[in-house]
Design a protein around this ligand. Structure first.
Ligand code: FES
Length: 651
């Protein structure tokens, strides 16, 4: 046939199209991913392509300079008003006249891949549930009367192939003014979940170009973190965090559950407090990014089961006792208005990831989405360390999950000089094996404490206490320096030869920092060691239970997740016996994996379906009722362990 032959790169998709076919239509016909917001009217420029002329020996094609039609008036006007990059054409205007090779640059692809910048490189395929679509709505006709909404729906069907659409009352109220202002052209924010009709969330007169955004929220028991992402290319516009205001009702989750149980209306108070904080956080992140709250049309929330219930306004009382029944383990889809969540578009859609079990929440599901243990070739242990440790063990053959009550010691709570990770906190510790003298680093200062200029560099913040990673390193260093015996007992000055070991009551403490007028004394007490031992035993015992269930006594690699996981040194974690023995280089940090999982679910619809299916496949182990948990817990109390070998440590 003499129809011109067209090859699209980088997809390689190819075929013949009738002469005169616009590039955008050819792309649609050949299944090439080419973006368009204005539906081919030459105003959005999302459809830009780069034809490449000359000899293409690889494709056996010679492309003439006039393979595409010359610029038409629309393209000319666009270039004059907004400017087109050299070599670029508007795919909706340029038509195919002869054999041609056409490149679709990344920014013109609907389904862009974004590379995650933290930790392990990985790409997220962009396929957000909500997209802006520009439509021209037919004039009303007195002789064939229909409503403007009906004509908008017809336009969406004809111009975008969206056959079934619904719109709520607020959209209806904005419709006629928008049509008038936009000269019968509007941009709708169209939300398309996996099934069911598409929903018009909002609309703007004419071509709306300020973009749509989504908020990924990691709702923790202690802190709430939010990342505002652009829904067109996934970039993170701004991130922020606040303390969870529920803390005033109880530090840990179970005390919040009992607050809800003991006080009539207590669950309501907890719910209101967290929603208010999240709304304020949403507004402040949007303000920081210079984004109008109205442009934020989606949010994805990950959290543990108790936070999940409290946030949704479900009484968490069943989660406080066996059999720890969740009201629902499925993903939850609803509107933010139903959740009383401000700070974003009132019609924005919310998505909560599924929960794995009564103790293993949507946060663990988000970690599973981010780290994909079920796709791993080798057996991987993923540990998300917080007040509870969420633990996943698996590979392609299957994934097991549990949660273990580590308590807040790893976050610096219950430690004599403990504090949260904030400027002034000691975060890293080294103890000289010969002199038994310590040195340390504090958050907000790059120098070690024995470096010249440390005092000035620490400056006004000073030394305020010790955070989770600091106390872990301190205990591990004390063990390696022989200041602690395997049972965790601190030796006296006579036994160890260090004057820093001082009696305190009937036990010994090791003084890290002598305190002065400006800063408090920071010592590691016997009680601190016990608190760390309890926390690490719970963590190890949880991991061990999963290994039992899988029938293995070694894992191939360990991933430490969580903001805290990012700061733990693998060597120190292993000296303590927090994690099972593994080659040190096989212990990696995933950063805030739950937050990354939330971001993936925000930007990619398919990922939601994927994790919903994956969660059903994950086998849950309930640590609270597993008799071997106690056994493992007791044995794990020693440093690193009473009976399990740690060959990599001796190596
Ligand atoms: Fe909007 Fe081409 S599709 S300019």
């Amino acid at each position: 046939s003499d129809d011109p032959f067209v090859i699209f790169t980088p997809s390689g998709k190819r075929g013949r199209v009738p002469r005169g076919t616009p590039v955008l239509s050819a792309a649609r016909r050949l299944g090439v991913d080419l973006d368009s917001v204005c539906g081919g009217r030459g105003i959005c420029s999302k459809c830009q392509v780069a034809p490449s002329y000359g000899q293409h020996s690889k494709h056996g094609l010679s492309v003439a300079e006039d393979a595409l039609s010359p610029w038409n008036a629309v393209e000319q006007r666009y270039d004059e008003k907004r400017g087109l990059k050299a070599g670029r054409r508007l795919g909706c205007q340029a038509t195919i006249e002869d054999d041609v090779v056409i490149d679709v640059p990344p920014e013109s692809q609907v389904h862009r891949q974004i590379v995650r910048k933290d930790a392990a490189e990985r790409t997220i395929r962009m396929d957000p549930a909500t997209r802006p679509l520009f439509v021209t709505v037919a004039e009303p006709d007195m002789h064939a009367p229909t409503g403007d909404l009906e004509r908008l729906k017809t336009a969406l069907a004809e111009q975008w192939g969206v056959t079934e659409t619904v719109a709520a009352l607020p959209v209806l109220r904005k419709l006629q003014p928008a049509l008038r202002d936009g000269n019968r052209q509007v941009t709708v924010a169209l939300h398309q979940a996996d099934a069911g009709p598409a929903e018009i969330l909002d609309l703007w007169p004419g071509l709306y170009e300020a973009g749509l955004f989504g908020l990924a929220i990691d709702l923790g028991s202690t802190t709430i973190a939010a990342h505002l992402c652009a829904l067109d290319d996934g970039r993170v516009m701004a991130s922020a965090g606040v303390m969870n205001p529920q803390i005033r009702f109880g530090e840990d989750l179970m005390s919040r559950v009992s607050y809800a149980m003991m006080n009539p209306g207590g669950d309501r108070e907890l719910t209101d407090a967290v929603r208010r904080a999240m709304g304020e956080l949403a507004a402040s992140v949007a303000a920081e990014a210079g984004v109008a709250p109205r442009a934020v049309v989606e949010t994805v929330i990950v959290c543990n089961p108790v936070m999940h219930h409290l946030f949704l306004g479900i009484d968490p009382v069943e989660l406080g006792q066996a059999p720890f029944a969740l009201a629902t383990s499925d993903a939850v889809r609803c509107g933010v208005a139903e959740l009383g969540l401000d700070g974003m578009n009132a019609a924005a859609r919310a998505y909560l990831l599924p929960c794995i079990a009564g103790h293993v929440g949507a946060d663990a599901a988000a970690v599973a989405l981010s780290e994909a243990p079920g796709a791993s070739e080798d057996l991987v242990l993923v540990v998300d360390v917080g007040t509870n440790a969420e633990i996943l063990l698996g590979d392609r053959q299957g994934v097991l999950a549990c949660s273990s009550p580590t308590g807040p010691a790893f976050e610096g709570a219950q430690i004599s000089a403990g504090q949260r990770a904030a400027p002034g906190a000691i975060e890293a510790v080294r103890i000289d094996r010969e002199t038994l003298e310590p040195k340390f680093r504090v958050i907000g200062c790059d120098l070690w404490s024995d470096a010249p200029g440390f005092a000035e560099a620490v400056g006004a913040t000073g030394i305020t206490g010790i955070c989770g990673s600091g106390i872990i390193e301190a205990v591990a260093e004390m063990r390696m320096a022989g200041l602690l015996d395997p049972s965790g007992l601190i030796g006296s000055a006579e036994q160890t030869g260090s004057a820093r070991c001082v009696p305190e009551g009937r036990t010994q403490s090791y003084v890290l920092h002598e305190g002065d007028g400006e800063s408090p004394r920071v010592a590691v007490t016997q009680n601190d060691i016990r608190a760390i031992q309890l926390a690490k035993s719970a963590l190890y015992a949880g991991a061990r239970l999963l290994m039992d269930a899988r029938g293995v006594d070694r894992v191939d690699r360990v991933v430490l997740a969580g903001a805290f996981g990012a700061h733990i040194s693998p060597l120190h974690a292993m000296v303590l016996g927090m994690i099972p023995d593994t080659r040190l280089e096989k212990v990696t940090s995933a950063g805030n994996a739950a937050g990354t999982g939330a971001r993936i679910a925000l930007l990619n619809r398919a990922a939601r379906a994927e994790i919903e299916a994956e969660v059903r496949r994950i086998r849950k182990i309930e640590t609270a009722v597993e008799p071997r948990f106690q056994e493992h817990f007791v044995a794990a109390n020693a440093l690193p362990h009473a009976s399990d070998p740690f060959p990599e440590l001796s190596a």
